[in-house]
Design a protein around this ligand. Sequence first.
Ligand code: B12
Length: 424
Amino acid sequence: MNLLFPHHSIRMKQVIILCAGLISLLHSCWADAVCHVSDTQKSYVTSLAVSMAKSVGPCVTPDPSVLLALSLGKVTDVSTQDLLVRQLKEDAAQKINGNQSFSSGKVALYVLALQSSCSDPTELPNSNTNLVHLLETKTQEELDSIKSCGSPLTTWYQVGLDVLALCVMSQPSAITVADAISKSIPTNPSGHTFSVDTAAVAVTGFTCVLEMANVPQNTFAKVKHTVGALLDMILNAQDNGLIGNIYSTGLAAQALTVAKSYYPSERWDCPQTIKSVIDLIPKGKFSLPIAAAQLLPFLWGQSYVSVKEIPCPSIDAPLISVDYTIVNDLIGDPFKYSIVVSVKEGSTFLEVMLKAAELNPNHFSFQSEVSSWGTFVTSINSLGGSTNDKTYWQFFNGVTPLEEGVGTFKPKNKEHILAIFSKY
Ligand code: B12
């Protein structure tokens, strides 16, 4: 019997918990925004974020921009984020293994999205591919095309995303790429290749590079000059608060926020931009998840460069070993299996379980469901819990039951975690 929400479906519970999470996060994010969303405007932003998050689901194609926005909003809806991370990793592995199209900008968005939720983009399940290496290779192909034909393999927009993602991942190649493209990227508003969206993404990527350590002086000067020219185009595209059109305004405002030291502040009427976009929310203008995802970071005072500041366990974190035992004495043939798994310090127990299943699929394969509190383990070693029999997999750290789900609990070195098939 569901005592807390007797009349609500699981979906409804997710929405309620998501709203509570969003309301609390909005207070922290708005505090340091460049210009502020007022108290009366906040409810529109919250409703936009809630409807964007509701677009995520098990049978929906995952969108990296949505995960990126949720992470930048520090949304505490773990289950939505968990699901998106899993979907994106599976999708990336499938694209790579199945030789499907995976353009440089798309790879860049996947890298940014996974990194924003502290999921290592250098490791994909069932694939040896490192997405950051793949991004470097694809960016090199873009550079080769620019060198030989004067234009990228895809678009300047995607090349801008490439620089941004390489920079956020602190790859030194971000500096050489920014140097190489800063002279050839179009900064002429009359050219048909120009769009405010493209200029905005390029400014965001270049500004990130300008903040990197060890940028050679001549590269810094070149990139800064290009940033100035692109900012000029963006600032000249202002019209009654909107910048370019409705759908470029979010990215443009992000760029103007992150690059604020490269233009005089009086050239951008930021409060007017906030007012104009917020007025459009109740008109349903941002109802597409991607449209909301490109706007929300700005309304939260964030930019894609902020992914760099999200505190994650280091990619070079030391390995720890975790003992993992599964026990069933309750139903059918009893079993007990143990395994020692090495994972990076700071990993969740879910990652330990995934590794165990990879090492010994015969005994440690498991199934799970995403619920409002995150990942719920439904079966291990083909033995599933049942509401009728009141059975479930109960998790212990030594003899103490876990107080968190496997998706949030982070075991320490040498801890012994047991999953015991139990009754409730
Ligand atoms: C590059 C670009 C294009 C290129 C794409 C070609 C290419 N080889 O990349 C071209 C010039 C063809 C293009 C066309 C159009 N575009 Co356009 N495009 C963009 C831009 C600047 C970047 C997209 C991108 O590369 N994303 C990164 C990659 C990695 O992600 P992706 O999912 O693989 O991107 C693909 C889709 O975005 C798709 N695409 C691009 N534009 C559009 C538009 C629509 C409606 C759809 C369904 C898909 C789509 O092409 C991308 C590459 O395959 C975005 C800006 C933005 N803010 O997102 C606008 C943007 C998406 N485009 C937009 C529009 C309106 C159009 C057009 C409808 C314009 C028109 N009047 O005809 C046409 C599409 C017409 C059609 N045939 O259906 C709007 C969408 C607004 C909205 N609410 O739907 C945006 C947001 C620009 C804006 N600020 O107005 N576009």
